[in-house]
Design a protein around this ligand. Structure first.
Ligand code: NAP
Length: 146
């Protein structure tokens, strides 16, 4: 089996941490991102970055892609701000787009050149069944559909 390197966003708990553990257990290198990296039993390198902060995200991705030759990316981080359509606040809508969608685009664009160069890569985007329609998930469903 080839040992590969994966970047996982939102990796300190939940699905992201479970994915990191599974990949590490099968012999792969895992780098994770979360806002809080302290006190987490992470099976690799866990980097503290707020993925809702574009500048910090771009800087961190630039540094990480210099340090590691990533083969795979899991765009896993998610943010929900529950609101019904009639009450969606545009600031909340933007925040949901930044964390769910912009971070996925930034990470994909940061890792793509290396994957192309090495002629191998995998990108997984964690979406949600809420894209099929559910109340209070208006912005979230829009971001996950995108
Ligand atoms: N759980 C479900 O039932 C479900 C269903 C459908 C889809 N999903 C999707 O699956 C993905 C994972 O969900 P989950 O339930 O496993 O999540 P979770 O348990 O809430 O974990 C979220 C992870 O993202 C990190 N995070 C949150 N905001 C961040 C930010 N601004 N910058 C960097 N890291 C951030 C958290 O760490 P910090 O707090 O330290 O930042 C944590 O590691 C999400 O995209 C979610 O929308 C989940």
């Amino acid at each position: 089996m080839n040992k590969r390197s994966f970047l996982i966003t939102g990796a300190s708990k939940g699905i992201g941490l479970a994915l990191a553990q599974t990949l590490a257990n099968t012999g792969h290198r895992v780098v994770g991102i979360a806002r809080h990296a302290g006190g987490v039993d992470f099976p690799g390198i866990l980097v503290p970055v707020d993925l809702g902060d574009r500048k910090a995200t771009e800087q961190a991705l630039a540094t990480l892609t210099q340090q590691y030759a990533f083969d795979g990316l899991v765009n896993n981080v998610g943010l929900v701000r529950p609101q019904v359509l009639g009450e969606v606040d545009l600031d909340d809508f933007d925040a949901v787009m930044r964390v769910n969608l912009h971070s996925a685009l930034l990470a994909t664009q940061a890792l793509l050149p290396g994957m192309r160069e090495r002629q191998w890569g995998r990108i997984v985007n964690i979406s949600s069944l809420t894209v099929l329609g559910i109340t209070h998930r208006t912005a979230y469903a829009a971001a996950k559909a995108a």
